[in-house]
Design a protein around this ligand. Structure first.
Ligand SMILES: O=P(O)(O)O[C@H]1O[C@H](CO)[C@@H](O)[C@H]1O
Ligand SMILES: O=c1cc[nH]c(=O)[nH]1
Length: 236
């Protein structure tokens, strides 16, 4: 049963998995937000945990950085471990001046400079969209908690250090809120294997103003995003 990248036993994972990029954030979420959490995989230190939240079995696992990395973990979780719902909880850099640090973005869709979804769709454009019911639950949860969230599209970039800044204006003109590195890939994997996916992103830095969250502010803001993600997870 173990895959090349996940050493968990059958049944170790819940059907709903929260996925931060950073495996240490996965451990933090498990320790702070899950009851009776236990580590279920640690291959390459890509930590995964399973516990409960409000009585609902939930897993959390890191996915690393970039589409190739998240694609491996998302595929193996769905195909080998029965995951049906994947919720990325990540960080992003804001593009538009009106998008502020600490805001949470519900990523309804993602454009990308990656070719992976065209490979899936024999050269044609693929609409990389979130699962609507998950997105709606996230927005409803934010309303209940009195938290304002943004909904809209983001840009998934293959390169963290690259020429993307030359195209920021174009992304912005096309209505994109922020840049990150995995969402388009996650939505492609979910579509290919019949799972549901959503990404919630906290604005950790601003690509125009070059402001960035302090480590403390980053932690608090991520906690608010994780609470929304858990509301969605528990409702499944
Ligand atoms: O904070 P995470 O979830 O890793 O997300 C963002 O941070 C990483 C880059 O620093 C990329 O993975 C990007 O998508
Ligand atoms: O991928 C990312 C994540 C955060 N901020 C960025 O500029 N890019």
């Amino acid at each position: 049963m173990p895959t090349p990248h996940i050493s968990a036993a059958p049944g170790d994972f819940a059907d709903v998995v929260l996925m931060p990029g950073d495996p240490l954030r996965a451990r933090y979420i498990a320790q702070r937000f899950l009851q009776d959490a236990r580590e279920v995989t640690s291959v390459r230190n890509m930590l995964g945990f399973t516990g409960t939240n409000r009585g609902r079995k939930i897993s959390v696992m890191g996915h690393g950085m970039g589409i190739p990395s998240i694609s491996i973990y998302a595929t193996e979780l769905i195909q080998q471990y029965g995951a049906r719902v994947l919720i990325r909880v990540g960080s992003c850099g804001a593009l538009r001046p009106d998008v502020k640090l600490r805001e949470v973005i519900v990523a309804l869709a993602a454009g990308t400079d990656s070719n992976v979804n065209r490979m899936r769709l024999q050269g044609f454009d693929f609409p990389a969209v979130a699962d609507f019911s998950l997105a709606r639950l996230a927005v409803e949860s934010a309303e209940r908690r009195g938290k304002v969230v943004r909904t809209g599209s983001v840009f998934t970039s293959d390169l963290f250090y690259g020429p993307a800044h030359q195209t920021y204006e174009v992304h912005e003109r096309m209505g994109m809120l922020a840049v990150e590195m995995e969402v388009a890939g996650l939505y492609g994997v979910a579509a290919e294997f019949g799972a549901r996916a959503l990404a919630l992103l906290t604005v950790s830095d601003h690509l125009r103003t070059h402001e960035a969250l302090s480590p403390e502010a980053r932690q608090t803001s991520f906690d608010e995003m994780i609470e929304l993600a858990l509301d969605v997870a528990v409702a499944q």
